[in-house]
Ligand binder design. Structure first.
Ligand code: NAD
Length: 248
């Protein structure tokens, strides 16, 4: 088991889904976890459940979280959201917001945390990217662009951080059973007039060889592994967890 006693972890978007699962496993491994989210009620609930601290921050202001991160040993950049629209109709303000939350905020949080990580010659940055950091899908201009940019940022942090004992990696899940995806399933079922199970099997998992939604805890275990001593040489990687979607 991974021992993170004495480590402070900042997890963004930790009030729900994958972030919540990451906050939970990191706390179980002994880390002091800061639950950063814009949803105050659920952030407080998660923090109370895991014995962590809630920090209510809206990362559409990319500077919002930097004070919370300046003594972080572990930084999990997880906050994100999805908007599905054809490119020619994609609202520019939404595009900008997606880049702010999924690229600029991780950049600002890394800037804040790296001096502390370098000073102690240890740090772990995990960026929750997506299959859409490596592949495109129609109607996801903001999301695909943001996740591809996050991939680049993660690699720069890896190259610069390596000599200072800091690793930076992306995890790249396929579809995970979270509120974000449950909303997509319900929207598409309504739009196409087909049952939700059909949306899952025919639409979302059309390119997964495993044909199952991933559970948030499975992504969290991979994030925890990246914080373990065994993963010290995994740096600058993008680890897919996608039922062989990107292998095809
Ligand atoms: P979710 O909607 O369940 O949780 C996202 C959390 O981020 C929410 O608590 C939300 O309040 C928070 N958040 C959103 N915007 C924020 C902002 N401006 N400031 C602060 N917090 C904000 O979603 P999830 O499915 O758990 O997604 C988490 C991450 O995983 C996202 O980056 C998403 O792109 C990525 N991801 C999800 C899937 C999936 O299938 N669910 C697949 C691949 C990658």
């Amino acid at each position: 088991s991974v021992d993170l006693q004495g480590r402070t972890a900042v997890v963004t978007g930790a009030a729900s889904g994958i972030g919540r699962a990451c906050a939970t496993v990191l706390a179980e491994a002994g880390a002091k976890v800061r639950v950063l989210d814009l949803d105050a009620e659920r952030a407080n609930e998660v923090a109370a459940a895991i014995g962590g601290e809630a920090h209510v921050v809206d990362l559409t202001d990319p500077h919002g979280g930097i004070r919370v991160a300046d003594d972080a040993d572990i930084l999990v950049n997880n906050a994100g959201f999805q908007v599905v629209r054809p490119l020619e109709e994609f609202p520019p303000a939404t595009f900008h917001q997606m880049l702010a939350v999924m690229v600029e905020a991780p950049f600002q949080l890394m800037r804040a945390a790296l001096p502390h990580m370098y000073a102690q010659n240890w740090g772990r940055i995990v960026n929750v990217s997506s299959v859409h950091g490596l592949r495109a899908s129609a109607f996801k201009a903001g999301y695909v662009t943001a996740k591809h940019a996050l991939e680049g940022l993660s690699k720069v942090a890896a190259v610069e951080g390596g000599p200072h004992g800091v690793t930076s990696n992306c995890v790249n899940p396929g579809y995970v059973r979270t509120p974000l995806v449950e909303k997509q399933i319900a929207d598409q079922a309504a739009a196409h007039g087909i049952p939700e199970q059909e949306v899952v099997e025919q639409v979302l998992l059309a390119r997964s060889a495993t044909k199952q939604l991933i559970e948030p805890g499975q992504v969290a275990e991979l994030v925890l592994y990246l914080c373990s001593p065994a993963a010290a040489f995994i740096n600058g990687a993008s680890l897919t967890m996608d039922g062989a979607w990107t292998a095809q």
